[in-house]
Design a protein around this ligand. Structure first.
Ligand SMILES: C[C@@]1(CC(=O)O)C2=NC(=C\c3[nH]c(c(CCC(=O)O)c3CC(=O)O)Cc3[nH]c(c(CC(=O)O)c3CCC(=O)O)/C=C3\N/C(=C\2)[C@@H](CCC(=O)O)[C@]3(C)CC(=O)O)/[C@H]1CCC(=O)O
Ligand SMILES: NC(=O)c1ccc[n+]([C@@H]2O[C@H](COP(=O)([O-])OP(=O)(O)OC[C@H]3O[C@@H](n4cnc5c(N)ncnc54)[C@H](O)[C@@H]3O)[C@@H](O)[C@H]2O)c1
Length: 554
């Protein structure tokens, strides 16, 4: 048989009576009246007090003087009840009390006569108030003092921020109703709001900012409720250690100079400017930014590429977002501490990608490949310098034991032998140019390059340029035994014109899951990034900082 709640008679109906702008008459102006007046003023009623002026206690006199209430300076008269919605009586004259009660009953006006339960349509209760929260205790006339004690005890148990949390929930509910106003959305709205209240602690609700609310509301459609931590991790445009000086804003050299003596020297010597055509300046800028924003130290050979930190960091962030959006649980934010393995193809003398990634993601591991002996030696030095040898493994592709001296120069595969276990991504900064003349052509363009290039030939030039390079990578990635081992393959592209042929190569290889993005971290230089997967998880709903973008295709 179905169980229904048992009826427990003898109680009263506890309501939250809305008396805003209702006319309430208070008869008497002593201590009890003062309490009643405060109660009804807190509920925004229009209050009139009838009581001889000499009978007003300090508090009531204050309310009269402040014009918080209207005062009638005499004893009660029946006409005082005209147009009144409720009456509260607190006088030391039982006969007057009874007269008020009788008249109110004739006129069907609800009335409370303090201390005279039989002459009350409703009793007051002991009330705890914290912003929008009100807790009322009633002992139904049995023990008013106990009501007071119980109320205090309950209030003491409530967390300090209860009122604040309730206020935030109110704002969130109003926003949700505005976003999904349809009547038929009601059940879904209510279910989702209930989930938020159940899942979030009062502390978290209290801490919820307007921005958090807007992010949170984006999950409404899916019915999912992430925790505050998950929400912030998923939508925080920058890793916590990063101070945000890249991105859309310009790097403050003055600030950098304050943090770094070496940088300060050249900055001051050059009258507050950086000479981007001076290799020493460019190298110092890179070193200084890595030190200040990522706690990284590097040494760079003067004849190798000096990596622009904002661009490199933007690629790491882009990859990180791509991975976050392609987990089995998306859009529930992925665990930021899950292990991630990446491969950097051609890590260069700086090993900048693995260094940046591992310095900001403690659970990421890298395999970094490098063909050039000079560069790999320097990369090993930089990895050791930052105590990251446990996280970053260097691999030098072998040219093979039997080099055919008569045939074309032997080129080893771009991808290293894959280690056991899942590999989350590969990344690559390919040589952009097809020939020395193509490289030189960019130097003689009407707009010269914004910074000096110290890259070696092997870093800058590859037969067929970056399109041929990435097309090779696409072919390698498609091989059986490789395609299922890596979730995302990716590469940077130096030129927009390379995007179309690369995407075409992907289509021809039968790849239907790819994404392209533009990296535009502040400066003039734009770079493009392409990623492809032979798996089924597609990027969607990725929130990217304004200087990164993502387009998905098939
Ligand atoms: C809760 C509170 C709200 C408020 O008034 O705002 C309230 N009384 C409070 C205090 C209080 N009142 C009294 C004492 C002395 C100690 C004691 O008697 O316990 C104390 C303690 C103190 O002053 O600390 C004397 C008293 N009260 C009533 C009678 C007549 C009777 O019982 O017959 C007598 C004379 C008894 C006698 O002569 O012996 C009657 C009522 N008082 C009620 C409410 C209603 C029932 C609420 C309930 O049962 O929960 C009810 C029925 C009608 C009404 O007035 O609405 C407020 C605490 C607010 C706070 O939290 O601070
Ligand atoms: N419910 C409660 O919690 C509670 C607690 C304590 C006292 N009481 C009772 O409440 C009543 C008021 O208590 P108090 O401490 O405020 O007393 P009080 O003596 O401080 O105030 C009485 C007020 O009534 C006014 N008054 C008297 N006759 C009047 C009339 N005909 N018209 C208008 N005003 C009139 C007086 O000028 C005075 O301002 C008493 O009966 C007291 O026993 C109730």
């Amino acid at each position: 048989m179905k169980q229904f709640p048992e009826v427990q008679g003898g109680g009263s109906l506890i309501l939250a009576w809305q008396v805003r702008n209702k006319h309430i008459l208070v008869v008497g102006g002593g201590e009890v009246a003062a309490g009643r007046i405060l109660n009804v003023l807190n509920a925004d009623a229009k209050v009139t007090v009838v009581c001889p002026a000499e009978g007003l206690n300090d508090e009531v006199a204050f309310r009269v003087a402040q014009k918080q209430v209207t005062h009638i300076d005499r004893n009660f008269l029946p006409e005082d009840l005209d147009g009144v919605d409720m009456v509260l009586t607190a006088v030391d004259d039982p006969a007057a009390s009874t007269q008020v009660w009788t008249l109110c009953k004739e006129r069907r006006i609800p009335v409370n006569v303090a201390d005279v339960p039989p002459e009350c349509d409703f009793y007051f209760g002991s009330v705890h108030r914290d912003g929008p929260l009100q807790v009322m205790i009633s002992t139904n006339g049995n023990g008013p003092k106990l009501a007071n004690i119980i109320r205090r005890r309950i209030a003491a148990c409530l967390p300090d921020n209860t009122g604040g949390a309730i206020r935030k929930v109110g704002v969130l509910r109003r926003k949700l109703r505005k976003m999904a106003p349809a009547q038929e959305e009601g059940p879904k709205r209510m279910q989702w709001m209930s989930k938020v209240c159940e899942k979030w602690s009062l502390d978290d609700l209290c801490e919820m900012t307007e921005e958090d609310m807007n992010w949170l509301l984006q999950y409404y459609k899916s019915g999912i409720v992430p925790s505050l931590e998950e929400l912030r991790l998923a939508n925080n445009p920058v890793a916590p250690v990063f101070d945000g000086s890249f991105g859309c804003t310009k790097i403050s050299f003055a600030d950098l100079a304050r943090n770094d003596e070496d940088f300060a020297k050249i900055f001051k010597a050059n009258k507050g400017h950086i000479d981007y055509q001076n290799p020493e300046h460019v190298q110092l800028l890179t070193k200084s930014l890595l030190k200040r924003d990522f706690g990284l130290q590097i040494e760079l050979p003067s004849d190798r590429l000096c990596p622009p930190v904002p661009q490199r960091w933007a690629y790491i962030q882009w990859i990180s977002r791509l991975l976050d959006s392609t987990t089995p649980t998306f859009p529930t934010p992925a665990n930021p501490n899950r292990p991630i393995t990446g491969i950097d193809i051609g890590t260069g003398a700086s090993a900048i990608y693995p260094l940046l990634a591992c310095a900001t993601h403690p659970t990421w591991k890298f395999i970094a490949t490098e063909l050039d002996v000079h560069s790999i030696t320097s990369a090993a030095f930089n990895i050791a310098l930052n105590n990251l040898a446990g996280d970053i493994t260097l691999h030098r592709p072998s040219l093979g034991s039997s080099v055919d001296l008569l045939g074309p120069p032997c080129t080893p595969p771009l991808l290293p032998p894959l280690p056991p276990g899942p590999i989350d991504f590969t990344m690559c900064n390919p040589p952009f140019f097809a020939s020395q003349s193509e490289l030189s052509a960019t130097w003689t363009k009407s707009t010269p390059p914004s910074a000096v290039c110290t890259g070696s030939e092997s870093e800058m030039i590859t037969p067929g340029g970056e399109v041929a390079f990435v097309t090779r990578l696409v072919a390698e990635s498609a091989a059986p035994g490789t395609r299922d081992r890596v979730q995302w393959f990716s590469s940077l592209l130096g030129r927009l014109v390379s995007l179309r042929p690369v995407v075409e190569a992907l289509r021809q290889a039968g790849c239907a899951n790819w994404a392209v993005g533009v990296l535009r971290p502040g400066g003039k230089t734009r770079r493009w990034v392409v990623a492809w997967s032979w798996g089924a998880w597609r990027p969607s709903g990725v929130r990217l900082p304004p200087f990164l973008s993502l387009h998905c295709g098939c």
